[in-house]
Ligand binder design. Structure first.
Ligand code: NAP
Ligand code: ZN
Length: 349
């Protein structure tokens, strides 16, 4: 076993603090990665505080992991010691259900194994990226083709990037499409960058007037302050698709009304409290769709990383020492992140 320093929450109300965990010794199919950077996702906070229920403690969050390969098993073909590598939200799945066979491991019928908080349908806990090292099956390890100089800014692509890329691709974001992105946080800022890189016309919806300029710099063609009824009304029936990243319960009708006939709003934000039910007529009268989407499969995550490497796309980050994590969580709750915290894991030593 490999003794590993980490930061963990011991119960829903405790702050995150230093904690020693054990990693398995790499098996024949395993890659061991020294973690250099780990992004801070709002899901980490939801889980550490048991907001979605079912958190296993101790809880070591972190599923936006980048680092360097330090050991590989005998059967590992595609990674060698010294390579850069990434790990996202998944570290295993059954491998034989129809979702796994179709490369959609995140929808594994038998429950994927999360990078932290263990198998979806019960089983042993797993510990995430707020730690020094991780051992992962080769088939769940991603290749990083960005320049190593921007490695810290690549970390958030492993969750915020794929969670917005996957629905943008599935619902056909591209030239001629009017795409709305709701919320300019970690996911939202990647949604803006990626939809822009795909060639769509992008409208950002934010509750924070102070983010207008950043929204435009990041790639939005238009920014709408969603708390202003006039700005919202001016956009009624304009959009083909909306990616909603908001991490709190809110009125969905305000956004559904902005969809054209047959338009779709995809919920990726996963608030602890349910949204109020949308007005059925708002859907029926324009055959509008309300959908959800969960991260992305391993193959699509690699496709997204390569797309970003080609387009020079990375996340806008604020690098923090691990000891700052509890303050970072409080700032995230105030929508005060520009636009992803990334932990420099050297600070854990
Ligand atoms: P984040 O960085 O905290 O961003 C959320 C943004 O939502 C905020 O910056 C804010 O943007 C907006 N917002 C927050 N509270 C709001 C409120 N009460 N009303 C309106 N807007 C509000 O969070 P994140 O890391 O991007 O994650 C967002 C959500 O996605 C979380 O629930 C997370 O668990 C979930 N998630 C889902 C998946 C998936 O696979 N579906 C994957 C990862 C994360 P403005 O200031 O611009 O309004
Ligand atoms: Zn995440």
């Amino acid at each position: 076993m490999i003794k590993t320093k980490s930061f963990a929450a011991q119960e829903p109300t405790s702050i995150l603090a230093p904690f020693d965990i054990q990693r398995r010794d790499p098996g024949a199919d395993d890659v061991q990665i020294e973690i250099l950077y780990c992004g801070v996702c709002h899901s980490d906070l939801h889980t550490a505080r048991n907001e979605w229920k079912g958190t296993l403690y101790p809880c070591v969050p972190g599923h936006e992991i980048v680092g360097r390969v330090v050991a590989v098993g005998d059967k590992v073909k595609n990674f060698k010691v010294g390579d850069l590598a990434g790990v996202g939200c998944l570290v295993d799945s059954c491998g034989h259900c129809h979702s796994c066979v179709e490369g959609e491991e995140q929808y594994c019928e038998n429950g994927f194994t999360g990078t932290y908080n263990g198998p979806l349908f019960g089983g042993e806990n797993t510990y995430g990226g707020y730690s020094q090292t991780i051992v992962v099956k080769e088939s769940f390890v991603l290749r990083i083709r960005h320049n190593e100089k921007v490695l810290a800014s690549v970390a958030p692509l492993l969750c915020a990037g794929i969670t917005t890329y996957s629905p943008l691709r599935r619902w056909g974001a591209g030239p001629g499409k009017q795409v709305g992105i709701v919320g300019l946080g970690g996911l939202g800022h990647m949604g803006v960058k990626l939809a822009h890189a795909m060639g769509a016309h992008v409208t950002l919806f934010t509750t924070s007037p102070g983010k207008i300029e950043d929204g435009k710099r990041l790639g939005a063609d238009e920014v709408c302050v969603s708390t202003d009824p006039d700005q919202m009304a001016a956009r009624a029936t304009q959009l083909d698709l909306i990616i909603n990243t908001v991490a709190a319960s809110h009125d969905l009708d305000a956004y559904l009304s902005l969809l054209k006939r047959d338009g779709t709003m995809i919920l990726v934000g996963a608030p602890a409290e349910p949204h109020p039910s949308p007005n059925v007529f708002n859907l029926i009268l324009k055959r509008r769709n309300l959908a959800g989407s969960l991260i992305g499969g391993i193959h699509e995550t690699q496709e997204m990383l390569d797309f970003c490497a080609q387009h020079g796309t990375v996340s806008d980050i604020e690098t923090i020492p691990v000891q700052y994590i509890n303050t970072a969580y409080e700032r995230m709750l105030k929508s005060d992140v520009k636009y992803r915290f990334v932990i420099d894991m050297a600070t854990l030593a």
